[in-house]
Design a binder for this molecule. Structure first.
Ligand SMILES: Cc1cc2nc3c(=O)[nH]c(=O)nc-3n(C[C@H](O)[C@H](O)[C@H](O)COP(=O)(O)O)c2cc1C
Length: 297
């Protein structure tokens, strides 16, 4: 009989049931999402900066730990982040099980998180950065491919995942465009330890995104996603109609809050379920996909 688990070295290390990571999203990820994903057998990550002050970040950590014993993750931006030291101290104080770093040199973070037994995975989009984070002791990579929500890479996922895994030998979390269980299966087949999914989880009941944002994700296709450096100075994927308002010079629009980021996986998103229902569905789609492919051999 199949156990109610999908096991990879990553799920075993963290003690989670499924290789599904609800990716960190600026202004979206919140404690409710972390608790719901953890209780449903996946793991979710929140950028520490989603809380406006370090005090509020500490309150959020206490709140999450009170509501669930499931592991969760925190995302730390390493460059131009005046709260880096304070937030890292809180991560250490509360022994956050998984830390994902973006931009910059993760060496000091890795040393301190390893000291209490936590794991550090690093966002990368190319081999050069992947080798650097490997050299300073990263536990694994988040491979951000072309078509991902947020700041996307330039390499297609079905190349990036096996390429960086082979070149570095590190565990890989596949990021970019994954919205279904079939795609989780494909990511694992390419050598990933887990699927790292952002956009799909914006259209969930727990995500605090505006209704208009969720509706735009439900009605968009991959061709409605535009890669542009216009908003943040770096290539970032946005919903076309939302970016058009910004580009037209409409006044008072705030980056990220009013200009909505999403990845090409929008084409496969048609509803806004609870996080638990979504994770259960992803797991059944994954199993159906595995069984279907098994019949081919
Ligand atoms: C609205 C939005 C905000 C994001 N903010 C962050 C962030 O603050 N830190 C980070 O490391 N990644 C961020 N990302 C990237 C995600 O963590 C993840 O890599 C990406 O969403 C995966 O691609 P997908 O959206 O196609 O699933 C963001 C993505 C989106 C859509």
């Amino acid at each position: 009989m199949t156990q109610n688990k999908i096991t990879t070295p990553f799920t075993q290390k963290l003690g989670i049931r499924y290789p599904i990571v609800v990716a960190p999203m600026f202004l979206i990820s919140n404690p409710d999402m972390l608790v719901a994903a953890g209780e449903a057998g996946a793991i979710a990550i929140m950028p520490s900066l989603n809380l406006r002050t370090a005090e509020l970040f500490e309150d959020a950590l206490v709140d999450i730990k009170k509501r669930t014993s499931a592991p969760f993750g925190i995302n730390l931006i390493l460059l131009q982040n005046p709260r880096l030291q304070e937030d890292l101290d809180l991560i250490i104080k509360y022994k956050v099980p998984l830390v994902v770093t973006s931009l910059g040199n993760p060496a000091p973070v890795i040393e301190k998180v390893h000291a209490y037994g936590g794991l550090v995975f690093c966002d990368v989009i190319n081999l050069q950065h992947a080798k650097k984070v490997k050299d300073v002791g990263a536990d694994g990579l988040v491979t951000v491919s072309f078509g991902a929500g947020g700041h996307a890479g330039k390499v297609a996922a079905n190349v990036l995942v096996p390429w960086l895994k082979k070149e570095t030998g590190l565990p890989v979390l596949a990021s970019g465009g994954i919205s279904t269980g079939e795609q989780i299966h494909a990511a694992l087949a390419l050598g990933a330890d887990a699927a790292y999914m952002g956009t799909r989880f914006i259209a969930t009941q727990e995500a605090p995104a505006e209704e208009g944002y969720k509706q735009m994700i439900l009605s968009a296709g991959p061709e409605d996603i535009v890669l542009s450096p216009e908003v943040t100075g770096h290539d970032c994927n946005f919903l076309k109609d939302s970016l058009a308002r910004y580009s037209s010079g409409e006044v008072g629009l705030k980056r990220w809050k009013d200009v909505w980021s999403a990845g090409q996986g929008v084409g496969l998103i048609h509803d806004s379920p609870t996080i638990k229902d979504l994770i259960d569905r992803l797991v059944s789609e994954y199993r159906e996909s595995v069984l279907r492919i098994q019949k081919t051999i």
